[in-house]
Write a protein that binds this ligand. Sequence first.
Ligand code: MN
Length: 344
Amino acid sequence: MQRYMGGMATQRQREIFNYIVRTARAEGAIITTHDIPDVDGLGCAHGLGRHIGGRRVAIVTGNTIQRTDPLVDKLGMDLKKWSEIPKDDGRPVIVVDTNTPSLMRSANGRKNNILAVIDHHCVTSTPLDADVFIRNEKAVSVCEILASLIPSSRIEGDPSIALALAVGIYGDSDRLLVADTPTLRVFDDLARIHGEKRPAIDALAYPPLSARTLVDLLKDIKHLRTETYRGKLIAVGRTTQEIPAVFAMTLSNMSINVAVAVGRIKNGVYRLSFRVKESDAALGVCASEIARETSEILHMPKEMYGGGHGDKAGGVVYGAYENVVGAVMKSAKEAIDRALGRRA
Ligand SMILES: [Mn+2]
């Protein structure tokens, strides 16, 4: 009997995973994740790549950001860009940490030949078209799903996999704040295997923001639109950060109930990052619903709808900035109505 660290996979999913790994070992694989990847997506890609092994496995991403550089360096990851992959590259693609086509814009036109999606987000209305799906919305991090799919003995034999998965879990659980006891146990096992202490993992998952970034974030705050609705503070605003999640997270840390950062991709095209305070998400104010409804109001095509979790979500929308802000405000209020209405 194989043993596993995590409990976030069923026997059937482990069989599917074995099929994915067998196929990837025979044909090579391109492992990818959502655009502007976070440590969960990158950690999972690294762990999966090491587990498959061989020289025909490439990890391909869109642009990465400074915040993930320490982990990428520490793991010695060799990240490729989609532009380096020939159009007729026949290797099957494995996508981790998203099932949403609009969050994989960098792979535009290369989304065919997807062998598998391994993810912990709710299904988007028009998810990626893959041969097989391994999904578990209960998992706080896709890295915990991978720790439930790769046998323990294998992870124990490769501390680099253990570190990648530990950092991913730590990063996606808000520094373990939203990790329950079984998840904490998985994290502790992984950290013990690599021998890395908590402060070192913290520095890989949450490297301190530079002074330059802090100054920019403080400027962003000046342009914030805020409204109090049924006792909840909603804040929406443009950010200078290339990854709007940095701004959304900053606002969320200030206990704003619904925080939405609007990053400009180009004129009329915006990347949105949604954060709902944990206690409000528990009440039923759902970030992924706000993301989806914002896309609906802005008449986005279905395959572009945003999505994510109850407390965090993302999306890409087209429209004039004022309309985007208006759509976000309306969606946030409706989500609050639904949550509070349900309780009334
Ligand atoms: Mn994740």
